[in-house]
Ligand binder design. Structure first.
Ligand code: SAH
Ligand code: SF4
Length: 355
């Protein structure tokens, strides 16, 4: 069976090459070709012997993602569509910023089971979890291409297709390996969750210094359940208690995401309710003007309304900023990623059966 080298940790690589009778330093050299100075072919691994390269070529693979499409936005955002080895399709995005930051937005599932009404991924349904290797490889692919251009992938957000905490183990393994293998600093990694309470509690105990973002979008249960069905399972009181526990345990600030939807969650009264909910908490609100998706009719709040909303939050001592929209012309913005996933009968879960 072919071994995907990106499924192995550094120790795993060492064990593999040891079983082939290679000295430990060879594993370090191979690791370097995978992550430090990533290359796309075994032939490029010039300090490995020809017989070793041939064996690697025959028995292993440099990842499993087959790129089937690539689109670039006028703002420099790049979106890629990959086919996995079972035919599932996923997307990932890289965004360049003026200050030299290069941020990859990667997927953790093919589809998503959470069914948030305004999200293109949620509108597709759930096909399957990605493996840690499939998650990491999306970042590696961008890192490799940036490296070739003399640039460096500096940040990674787990905000692509899927709910990272529904695929908890693979997502946390991927986060650890983004740090240890790809050298992305913990503070340059963000994981965003729709609000799975037990996993938020568990994550608080991981001792990771990465950023945690929570998709809030509404400040009362009735309004939040209408947008995010998972709120029925984990209502606001439970979610906020878990968030407070996370802040206490980790000492880290939480980011709350708020997709600003015109006429839905952008009234001044809702701003006051949100201010009251978050008052006194170590947190920040990230406002994302709603991006268009086929299955949802409403549009983004007006800029002026968002300013008023932010001013009201400020009066509660709650800081808020607007997330700059990126890649909207190529459907690469928040909540716009979709690919025709293959739904297999009962694996197309509803939120209740999925958890
Ligand atoms: N599943 C995770 C992470 C992926 S979505 C989560 O839900 O948190 C990343 C962010 O984009 C989330 O805050 C999500 O609620 C938001 N989002 C989804 N659809 C959107 C849309 N159409 N416009 C703006 N933001 C959207
Ligand atoms: Fe899934 Fe996040 Fe989209 Fe909700 S917003 S459907 S949790 S990807």
């Amino acid at each position: 069976m072919t071994i995907n080298l990106y499924s192995l940790s550094q120790d795993g690589l060492t064990d593999l090459l040891k079983s082939w009778g290679e000295p430990a330093f060879r594993a370090k050299q191979l690791w370097s070709w995978l992550y430090e100075n990533p290359v796309a072919s075994f032939d490029a691994m010039t300090n490995l012997s020809k017989p070793l390269r041939t064996r690697l070529q025959n028995e292993t693979t440099l990842g499993v993602l087959e790129m089937v499409a690539e689109q670039s936005s006028h703002d420099g955002t790049l979106k890629r569509l990959y086919r996995l080895d079972d035919g599932q399709l996923i997307e990932s995005v890289v965004m360049p910023y003026d200050d030299d930051r290069r941020t990859a937005c990667i997927s953790t599932q093919a589809g998503c089971a959470m069914g948030c009404v305004f999200c293109a991924t949620g509108q597709m349904g759930f096909a399957r979890h990605l493996t840690a290797a499939e998650i990491i490889e999306q970042a590696v692919r961008f890192a490799r291409d940036l490296h070739g251009q003399g640039e460096r992938l500096s940040n990674v957000v787990l905000m692509g297709m899927g709910e990272p905490f529904h695929n908890y183990d693979a997502s946390v393994t991927a986060i650890r390996r983004l740090m240890s293998d790809l050298g992305i600093g913990a503070r340059h990694i963000t994981v965003s969750t729709v609000g799975l309470v037990p996993q938020i509690r568990r994550f608080a105990g991981e001792g990771l210094q990465v950023k945690l973002a929570i998709s809030l979008h509404a400040a009362t249960d009735a309004e939040r359940t209408a947008l995010l069905p998972i709120n029925k399972r984990w209502p606001l009181a439970d979610l906020m208690a878990a968030c407070r526990e996370y802040v206490e345990k980790s000492g880290r600030r939480i980011t709350f995401e708020w997709a600003a939807i015109q006429g839905k969650n952008d009234s001044l009264e809702q701003a006051h309710t949100l201010g009251g909910l978050l008052k006194g908490m170590l947190c920040h609100v990230n406002i994302i003007p709603l991006n268009p998706t086929g299955g949802y009719g409403l549009g983004p709040s007006a800029a002026e309304r968002i300013e008023q909303f932010i001013a009201i939050l400020d009066s509660y001592g709650v800081s808020a900023t607007v997330r700059v929209r990126r890649g909207i012309d190529i459907d690469a913005g928040c909540g716009q990623l979709k690919a025709n996933v293959i739904l297999r009968g009962s694996s197309a879960n509803t939120p209740d059966s999925a958890l």
